[in-house]
Write a protein that binds this ligand. Structure first.
Ligand SMILES: *Cc1c(COP(=O)(O)O)cnc(C)c1O
Length: 423
């Protein structure tokens, strides 16, 4: 087996050869490798080549690939059946593990993807507020449902579509946009329009990594309180990633609804939305807001989530350690870039890190779009050659996992030094 032939075969049957667009390397050129397996910090392609993996399935694998505890939980649970379409106690167990330290969230419902979680949260927020109009921020990605695919980051920016073809104008017209980290831009929209819901990535990770200013989030919360707007904090990426309490642990800002995904499933298809009882009880079967899923809360996925969160709670210094490694990586990248005379901006929050080939600090989507993507593409290719897998787009976040150590980070930095020399 080789990467090229496998990718050709995939392209004949699957559009672009991929089931999620950014995997196609469209933004960096060249062909993606095809994965055979993962182990700890590494993935191996079908030719047996090994890569130090800073993608980690785009965030979920906080304990690295094929973690033994999560694997055991999945295998044992699978032996009892993969899905029942009836409730099992595992759902309640994971619910209590997710909500454990969030005293402002009473109830939660599981879905199979982050897209479903944010889509359902929007529907619920519209029902609760009684208003159709929503506001999102340029460059924030909340999955690929129609009303949220407006100036989304991530794969959508990779392909230069501010929004997607096929989204009815009638749907998109209810989605308003504001500028990240710019509270005045929010006030301007609210002054003109009867917005009922605001959704935000509290630590934007889908236009590259762009943390929110603390005052910005605090002011946003205050505006929502003042105008009775439902604030949805989308922690699908940052939840149990940026800190044990996600962005809440860093900024202390409470969402009326909070969405989770990625880490809470430990690598299986799990996401969720949670909120206060008065809002959550509007969902079917208690209330009039319909929401469902054949495989939602299936036992195998729940078991992976339970194993993952249990491991998180059992480790006292996990986030500190991950944060130190992320800092070592971004500090190292900065030093190399400075030495080589290359303009580089970096950020890290907990185990999330990002870097832009840009002259100025990136604070919003326009800033992200000013970064040098050609230089990024070259750098990415040079890193792949040296066995380091970074997200194949300037508009994504990198992730540190628990199996990583200083030696591995230094290996990546050594590769980065050679890669930057080649730019
Ligand atoms: C990944 C992501 C989503 C979408 O989740 P999927 O499981 O890919 O549908 C939504 N919001 C944020 C912030 C994300 O990072």
């Amino acid at each position: 087996m080789n990467n090229h032939d496998e990718f050709l075969a995939a392209q004949k049957l699957i559009p672009g050869g991929v089931d999620s667009p950014v995997r196609a390397f469209g933004n960096v050129g060249g062909e993606p490798f095809m994965v055979d397996r993962g182990e700890g910090s590494y993935i191996y392609d079908v030719e047996g080549k090994k890569y130090l993996d800073f993608v980690q399935s785009w965030g979920p694998l906080i304990f690295g690939h094929a973690d033994a505890d999560i694997e055991r939980a999945v295998v044992q649970t699978a032996k009892k059946g993969l899905s029942f379409g009836a409730s099992s106690p595992l759902e309640t167990q994971l619910a209590s593990l997710v909500l454990k330290n969030f005293d402002f969230l009473d109830k939660i419902r599981f879905t199979s993807s982050g897209t479903e979680a944010t889509m359902s949260a929007i529907r619920l927020a519209r029902a609760f507020s009684g208003r159709d109009k929503i506001l999102k921020f340029e460059g924030c990605y909340h999955g690929h449902s129609d009303s949220l695919l407006v100036k989304a980051g991530s794969g959508a920016s990779t392909f230069g579509n501010a929004s997607s073809a096929g989204v009815p104008q009638d749907v998109a017209k209810n989605t308003y946009l504001a500028r990240y980290n710019d509270i005045q831009s929010v006030k301007d929209v609210l002054a003109q329009n009867d917005i009922g819901t605001i959704i935000i990535e509290p630590i934007a990770g889908n236009m590259g990594l762009v943390p929110a200013d603390p005052e910005f989030l605090t002011e946003l919360r205050a505006l929502c309180d003042e105008k009775k707007i439902v604030l949805i904090i989308d922690e699908v990426m940052s939840g149990f990633r940026a800190s044990e309490l996600g962005s809440y642990g860093i900024y202390g800002v409470r969402g009326d609804l909070v969405t989770f995904g990625k880490v809470i499933g430990g690598g299986m298809s799990v996401a969720a939305f949670a909120g206060k009882r008065e809002i959550m009880d509007m969902i079917s079967p208690l209330g009039a807001v319909y929401q469902a899923g054949t495989l939602s809360g299936n036992p195998v996925a729940m078991a992976a989530g339970i194993a993952s969160l249990s491991k998180i709670y059992a480790s006292s210094d996990l986030y500190e350690r991950l944060g130190e490694l992320a800092r070592r990586l971004t500090d190292g990248l900065c030093a190399i870039a400075r030495h080589r005379g290359i303009a580089l901006q970096t950020a890290c929050v907990g185990s999330m890190f990002g870097y832009f080939f840009a002259d100025e600090e990136v604070r919003d989507y326009d800033g992200a779009l000013r970064a040098d993507t050609a230089r990024f593409a070259k750098f990415h290719g040079e890193m792949i050659k040296r066995g380091v897998f970074l997200a194949p787009s300037q508009f994504e976040t990198g992730f540190i996992c628990a199996t990583m150590n200083e030696t591995q980070i230094d290996f990546a930095l050594n590769a980065a030094d050679e890669a930057m020399a080649a730019l």
